[in-house]
Ligand binder design. Sequence first.
Ligand code: ATP
Ligand code: PAU
Ligand code: MN
Length: 959
Amino acid sequence: MASLTEDHPPIGIHDINDESKHKKLNTDVVERESGEREMGHSIHRSGSRPQLDLSKAAIQGNFEEKDPTILLPNQSDDISHLALDIGGSLIKLVYFSRHEDRSVNDRRKKSIKEIFGVSNGNRRSYPILGGRLHFVKFETAKINECLDFISSKQLHRGGLDARHWNSDAPDNENAVIKATGGGAFKFADLFKERLGVSIDKEDEMGCLVSGANFLLKAIRHEAFTHMEGQKEFVQIDTNDLFPYLLVNIGSGVSMIKVDGDGKFQRVSGTNVGGGTYWGLGKLLTKCKSFDELLELSQRGDNRTIDMLVGDIYGGMDYSKIGLSASTIASSFGKAISDNKNLEDYRPEDISLSLLRMISYNIGQDIILETSKCCCTVALCTVPEAQCMIYIAYLNALRFGLKRIFFGGFFIRGHAYTMDTISFAVQFWSKGDAQAMFLRHEGYLGALGAFMSYEKHGLDDLMVHHLVERFPMGAPYTGGKIHGPPLGDLNEKARTRSSWISDMAGSNLSRDAWISWMEKFVRKGTEITAPVPMAPPGTTGLGGFEVPSSKGDTLRSDASNLNVGVLHLVPTLEVFPLLADPKTYEPNTIDLADHGELEYWFTVLSEHLPDLVDKAVASEGGTEDAKRRGDAFARAFSAHLARLMEEPAAYGKLGLANLLELREECLREFQFVDAYRSIKQRENEASLAVLPDLLMELDSMNEEARLLTLIEGVLAANIFDWGSRACVDLYHKGTIIEIYRMSRNKMQRPWRVDDLDLFKERVLGLGEKKPHPHKKALLFVDNAGADVVLGMLPLARELLRRGTEVVLVANSLPALNDVTAMELPDIVAEAAKHCDILRRAAEAGGLLVDVMINAADVNKENSSSVPLMVVENGCGSPCIDLRQVSSELAAAAKDADLVILEGMGRSLHTNYNAQFKCDALKLAMVKNQRLAEKLIKGNIYDCVCRYEPASSDLQSSSLC
Ligand SMILES: Nc1ncnc2c1ncn2[C@@H]1O[C@H](COP(=O)(O)OP(=O)(O)OP(=O)(O)O)[C@@H](O)[C@H]1O
Ligand SMILES: CC(C)(CO)[C@@H](O)C(=O)NCCC(=O)O
Ligand SMILES: [Mn+2]
């Protein structure tokens, strides 16, 4: 038997209680499959990364070239798909990369397919495979960088045939990329020349509309309002979306009335837009970037350069026509009489004056075109900075539109801009119309172009098919990181360079690739966005005050952290046993409470160095692992910092999202399961004592046994590498000692104790007959004692009583959570010592591969209820039941009991979830703050919450 820390002295209960001081959280990394594949050369790769088919690969052009393009004619396994919106200022790219085919040798899958008739294991049956949508932008003036990017990622190779984007056609002769925006026309020849692809031009307005419609339909937290610094997500009812006004503020401005999918009309536009602000601003302030200019405006005072009504009227209002003294009478008008040169004005003031002037002129132009009746009012009384918004409003009014969505990169997630717009729309409409913003504001056109590929199956995507994960942009791996920093690039670089050195006897490519990446790192950092500022002071008629700024500088990395990568998983489904999916909220604690966010931020940050050490060690402590560890730490810290400043940056934020972010971040930097060896050791140690435990249980009467079993689950839930307090414990005793101590501490009543109610159902009471459940879904938590000594014996008891059991485990590793891939071996091992488990596992198809001693098998008993394992579709310690694997959804259909075990699944998330069937939530609370908050208790208190499905849902008894 392997035990964890045998050389440490045992601990007592006293030690455990002392741990309540600790409030840190421990973390973990996750594993991806890795393997070897024959491809002429045997290449080791991470299975989660694109798999390149290098056969017949050839360098295009000159071998001596610095960044040669490599053609991969037989590449088909991981085709990426690309669409572009090439605007006057920026090029927007949306590209898709497939998820790896995870259908590795998973014996579970076969039986699950047979039993539930689902084909989750075979993703190829879907029109599109699971994958990711990435969002990237470049300046149009630097189109060559964009072409380099496309070429280096071979994105143009995916568009083999634009009409059928998942075409199997192997040849690249008719390669076509969908593109919209003026640049689709202007640069078509360049694309042909540089990449050998044709551009299939899509109508710009149509793309903006279909992009917006797609986002509003498919992304849960896409649209939001922004008032006085407060961002609020709005879940749009797609049946009640139309009509709306779409205002796209790019270089120029377009206003489009949208009546339905493909039904729209451009009702107005103006040539004075974002491009004007940036262009003139550049000339007048010598700013090098748009953000610099925007940042300047935050600290500007336009009164030093604008001529105000008060300047002309001796400080007085011109009230007869409704102009206040502070209204701008003439933008830049003071420069006439000041007798100053450009250099004498502060660039800050120029920028703000310009920002206001542009907005005013946009408004004025459209007034003349579209609104004859209102122009005088608008010209005379409307605060100048609000004019273009006023026009948007007038247009909305004209067409009876209540909702105005704003898109285009001019908005830039900029708090001041959005607040100004919102205020104006509200002001003029007297609260009738509402301004809304879109998280993917700048990518509407590119997404629309992407949607125009036929047969990609995206039209049918539902909210639960898309999981937004966090962008790990190259800029985060810049600085002292050397070499290709991003996972897939890293992998491609490795495979390419090994191919090149093998085939061409040269190692030029890796260096060339790295230098390209370094360049990208630098460039990527340049395209940045400001961190939103404090809300402006608005004074209604008097115009807007100078925007207040949170700090002197804008963080240069924020724009890379504005939208995440969208993971498309067409196999995800809403958990069918949720009582009301519409009102379901997975997170128990709302991180909108800043104190709460700060607490978890500290917990996660403090633990980061430890986590990096562990992650690096788990990868053999190599130089590459250190580099990735460093990159991971930067990326994760940047995300945390971003979220501290703007908690809603990636949509509504809960603890589940934060914990998932950490796991995703580790995955992004290719860390395989850091807890794998710990999990293995704990599994072994626990399996070694399992027979004794089962014997002990079997000697009890059924009432004592049920109590012992639930106690066992709660006690074993102490093994949680996500809890700092628990991790400290592990250094003080062997796991068996800790387990015993934890068992001994189990004194009823627990803090939440519904055991009697559960017992009544299972064992009956007095006249009431036992009423075993038909089928139970057991959401398991940790590997080791938790699953082996806690949940498996409970599962065994249910099986013994005729309840079918489905063990539901993570699809990907997170902390020391057991995964669905790991469970069959654990069950097989346990089944060696237990007939009930063995027969059930056989019936559930889990033991097909295991050598079973034929003599042991009692054929007559082989009609046992099955024990199965299904994956939940998650890779996080928490579970969002709106997005679970289709095999879990299928398994859930006829279940009448759900058991959620562990803090992540039953407390951080789902504590308040209501189910259509009976639910049992079991956990030991290993965090003092959560204990206080949730159950008014203390660390190591236990929760046994049983909620029968009946309509008269009984509230659990808080003892
Ligand atoms: N990093 C940036 N670089 C340049 N402009 C930026 C940047 N960020 C925001 N902007 C603003 O966004 C505008 C471009 O927005 P967007 O990409 O939506 O328009 P576009 O598609 O290039 O233009 P159009 O649709 O008129 O052809 C710029 O003119 C500028 O005002
Ligand atoms: C020309 C487009 C459509 C190019 O995206 C855009 O820049 C725009 O809407 N400009 C405004 C042109 C006008 O309506 O006066
Ligand atoms: Mn555009």
